[in-house]
Design a binder for this molecule. Structure first.
Ligand SMILES: NC(=O)c1ccc[n+]([C@@H]2O[C@H](COP(=O)([O-])OP(=O)(O)OC[C@H]3O[C@@H](n4cnc5c(N)ncnc54)[C@H](OP(=O)(O)O)[C@@H]3O)[C@@H](O)[C@H]2O)c1
Length: 263
């Protein structure tokens, strides 16, 4: 196994895919910042990885809190940390469909990623990699032609945010079907995330940052359930691959099993 250097920050690192990504990046030789919103769970996961001989530091982070994001970024800045990889893994998939579910889902899966990534951009090392943990649910083919036109080709970030907010408002006023939206908060959150990936990849080419979205497949975690087809080791593989790409690696792509798939 070739050794990889540098520091990686992984959100939602206390369990599931995030924990396994921390483990695999640590085994490759990276310093890992395991970020989690639950202090006890984050500390426990970090201790477990220490016991495996890995270099891991716990960082408290709730991606829905601007204060929490600012505290983390300030802390890392004071320490002079440069990030070789940022893995935006934290995500939720709630049961049911109503405005509350949409608001909470977008807050983590879309706005949380956007705010954290934007705030950490000054700390990214040249040739750093940003990995968006997405899903097959984020594929454009899952949208009606009307909804699809809002995301493809990618609009500006302002327009993207306006579309995502409009989805919430259309669910609130019960007009989402007429407006062509699907009845899934998770789907729209991941389509929004993929669109953000495409925008950031283009914007950050000048800084030689590699920004890609990855679908881990259906994985046995609390979210994926016990009946899922993959274990975390297999699910984390392409995430770790995207977090350790060489400087001439791809950017602005969507990958599953290390292969590009259509947006
Ligand atoms: N499992 C699958 O089949 C599958 C398929 C496609 C995509 N994905 C994606 O893979 C990623 C990881 O999912 P998983 O399967 O590992 O799910 P999981 O076991 O439910 O883990 C989700 C992680 O996200 C964290 N999280 C949730 N809200 C957060 C917040 N506001 N701030 C910080 N962390 C937060 C959770 O922390 P707590 O422990 O504090 O709740 C937990 O660490 C997600 O983005 C998901 O959409 C999963």
């Amino acid at each position: 196994m070739a050794k990889v250097t540098g520091t990686a920050l992984v959100t939602g690192g206390n369990r599931g895919l995030g924990l396994e990504v921390c483990r695999q990046l640590g085994r490759l030789g990276m310093k890992v910042l395991l970020a989690a919103r639950d202090i006890a769970a984050g500390a426990e996961a970090t201790s477990a990885l220490h016991a495996e001989g890995l270099e891991v530091t716990f960082e408290p982070l709730d991606v829905t809190s601007q204060e929490s994001i600012a505290n983390l970024a300030d802390r890392l800045e004071r320490q002079g940390t440069r990030l070789s990889a940022l893995v935006n893994n934290a995500g939720i998939a709630l049961d049911g469909f109503n405005a509350d579910v949409v608001e909470r889902t977008l807050a983590v899966n879309f706005f949380g990623v956007m705010h954290l990534t934007r705030r950490l951009l000054p700390l990214m090392a040249e040739h750093g990699r940003i990995v968006m943990v997405s899903s097959g649910m984020g594929e454009l083919r899952g949208l009606s032609p009307t909804a699809r036109r809002r995301f493809d080709p990618p609009p500006s970030q302002e327009e993207l945010v306006a579309h995502v907010r409009a989805f919430l408002e259309d669910v609130r006023s019960d007009q989402y079907t007429e407006k062509g939206w699907p009845g899934s908060a998770y789907r729209v959150s991941k389509v929004g995330l993929n669109t953000l990936t495409r925008l950031l990849a283009e914007e950050l080419k000048a800084r030689h940052l590699l920004v890609n979205a990855v679908c881990p497949g259906w994985v046995r975690t609390r979210m994926g359930g016990a009946g899922a087809s993959r274990g975390v080791e297999e699910g984390a593989d392409t995430l770790v691959w995207a977090a350790t790409l060489p400087p001439d690696g791809p950017t602005g792509g969507f990958f599953r099993d290390r292969r590009a798939i259509p947006w």
